[in-house]
Design a protein around this ligand. Sequence first.
Ligand code: ASP
Length: 352
Amino acid sequence: MRHVILAALSAAAVTVSGSWAQESPDWAIVIHGGAGVIERGAMTPQREAEYRAAMLAATERGAQVLEAGGSALDAIEASIRGLEDDPLFNAGRGAVFTAAGTNELDASIMDGSNLNAGAIAGVTEIRHPITLARSVMEESRHVMLQGEGAETFAREQGLETVDPAFFFTERRWASLERQLGALGLDMPARPDGAPEPEGVDHGELDRDAREHRFGTVGVVALDRDGNIAAGTSTGGTTAKRWGRVGDSPILGAGTYASNQSCGVSATGTGEYFIRLTVASRICAYVEFQGLSLQEAADRVIQDELTALEGDGGIVALAPDGQIAWSFNTPGMYRARQSAGSAPVVAIYGDED
Ligand code: ASP
């Protein structure tokens, strides 16, 4: 069944949700690439095409793994690693900058078959934070590592490290300058190893300023064995300070997966998602109150998050293959695919 609700929140914002249930597909995957003030007409056709192509490619990477009988965890990792390398997204390369002019990356992954999970926060030299989160889950006796300790563990595991300048993009640097200007804070020195300054498209910066921090990536997958997993990776919010950590690496807030109920990955202003424990709350409504996945997602995003004046959205999957998304921003980069059907990519609130 297909279901779309459009309700005006204000003149500038709409709330959007949708769910699609195909008869128990063998596998399914749903992806987001961040939510925000993403409006038709405010994006160049070329940029829009780039985002659609990147979301499609991410879906296909995950779908290939699932079609071949691979695990939901493998699908998530394959899908997110590519997005982390893509400067369009606020994860890995292309991450937003802290007020100090650094990129501090957060990620988490959760295995719904046994509630195992791994998370990392504030890493600066790990090329693929999602892989590090998975290593924490599989190779350490801990669930969450942060900062230097997480980097040490990554090196011990032989994970790929890069110079912090690898994550630099001119677009995010210019966004930082704008944001710090608005906050009345000084601009830090350009990072060592950053490329020579180049011109940026000021129209695009205007759009970025309105979207203010889109581009976190997240994937939820259901594999042929019936296992659900979820993963999320982000650079956090532009000009974040004092070691700020958002919801993306917080299990239950930005990421959650349980074969008993659902899997969720979130994007939005993390402070609200932490306070509401958005991801596990949706699954709890499914498991303990008998709500459908879409009802649960809408209750948390359209009702509770909106009441707190938080903004953002989620993608979710149920064990029967039902896919849902819900967001209270004008747009969310998103895509979905189930076994036997073609991938669907959407950006704006009026698409499904
Ligand atoms: N949720 C992320 C954070 O607060 C940001 C985002 O999803 O745009 O760190």
